[in-house]
Design a binder for this molecule. Structure first.
Ligand code: NAI
Length: 335
């Protein structure tokens, strides 16, 4: 019987997974992949973004044929090695457009009304609104970076706020902009004119640190930055400096570049690079900063989205077993 190992599966979803993949031998864990514990006979591996699938994993699992990531993003998987080893990698391309968009909006709204400080204050017994002045979204310019599945949902959800919505995406068309009622602008215009910038692009060489010292310099004074895409899009040091100088008024972050250390799926060892340690330190400063809200890569995490993720992942496995791969990630350029 084929052995399939699934990691990071919520206990309540385990019976469902078992009922749908009866013809496989299943080892299911609610924790990220642990190389010391994983069964080396694994042929099908199910992972989430909290498991890094690198050379060490491929070496440990010589029989591996399929990796199913229960996520949209797949930058945690070394696709070059997978290709070399002829291991098929499949993802869940569209489980949570509305779910992630809702979280981006949650961060935006929470920042706009100082929600975190307000709630904290009241829970500490201080029922006083002084010092909690927020701002309206009405009349503001909101810049959406990436008008794919999630970005376009954010745009649609924002329509009721009477804000000006601008967006940048090299693949977006004028028709898309017309249908969804936004202005398609250049990257430099988006940086210059946005009061709030929300990121919805994948992480790749082109987008790594797209928010950096130089791009922050071009932004409006008092800009807000929302990132529910990937931590590596933002240079944490540049963001800390932007917040300290007041150029950036606030940031809502669901993702951090070195979040694996915070999730304890990666440990700081003598092999950890100085850059990784520096970034981790900066990200801890971001977590503690009074003008940020940081959530623990939680944007995908709704009852409905989890069920959709599970269903597509099961379908990915079933199709692979029938020799008809679905949602396969094909390595091209830097992706
Ligand atoms: P998508 O592939 O549908 O859309 C991405 C868009 O970004 C595409 O339209 C593409 O043309 C555009 N793009 C690429 N490079 C760009 C650049 N330099 N400037 C502007 N636009 C650019 O992806 P989708 O579904 O909208 O997801 C976006 C990202 O959100 C994913 O790659 C993933 O990393 C992240 N994500 C985060 C989750 C969370 O829980 N925080 C959950 C799901 C996705």
């Amino acid at each position: 019987m084929i052995l399939a190992t699934f990691t990071s599966i919520l206990p309540e979803l385990k019976p469902y997974l078992r009922s749908k993949l009866k013809n496989l031998q299943l080892e299911i864990s609610n924790k990220p992949l642990d190389l010391d514990k994983v069964n080396p006979d694994t042929e099908i591996l199910g992972v989430f973004v909290d498991s890094k699938v690198d050379m060490a994993v491929f070496e440990k699992l010589p029989k591996l044929k399929l990796i199913v990531t229960c996520s949209t993003g797949y930058d945690h998987i070394d696709l070059q090695v997978a290709k070399k080893r002829k291991v098929v990698v499949c993802n869940v391309p569209t489980y949570g457009e509305n779910t992630v968009a809702q979280h981006a909006l949650t961060l935006m709204l929470a920042l706009s009304r100082k929600l975190f400080e307000s709630v904290k204050r009241v829970k500490e017994g201080v029922y006083d609104y002084h010092g909690l002045v927020g701002f309206d979204l009405k009349g503001k310019t909101i810049g959406i970076v990436g008008t794919g599945h999630i970005g376009i949902h954010v745009i649609d959800m924002l329509q009721g706020f009477e804000a000006r919505i601008i967006a940048h995406d090299p693949c977006a068309t004028k028709e898309l902009a017309k249908t969804h009622n936004f202005e398609l602008v250049s990257w430099s215009t988006l940086l210059k004119e946005s009061d709030i910038i929300s990121l919805h692009v994948p992480l790749c060489d082109d987008t790594h640190y797209m928010i950096n010292k130089s791009t922050i310099k071009k932004m409006k004074q008092g800009v807000y930055i929302i990132n529910t895409a990937r931590g590596g899009l933002v240079d944490a040091q540049a963001l800390v400096e932007g917040l300290e100088s007041g150029k950036v008024a606030g940031a809502g972050l669901d993702v951090l570049e070195q979040e694996a250390y915070l999730m304890h799926t990666q440990k700081i060892t003598s092999k950890t690079s100085a850059t990784e340690i520096e970034t981790s330190l900066m990200e801890n400063i971001l977590i503690d900063h009074p003008h940020t809200i940081v959530t623990p890569h939680n944007a995908f995490n709704s009852v409905e989205a989890l069920r959709r993720i599970m269903d597509t992942s099961i379908e990915n496995v079933k199709m692979f077993l029938e020799a008809e791969t679905k949602n396969q990630i094909i390595l091209k350029n830097n992706f």
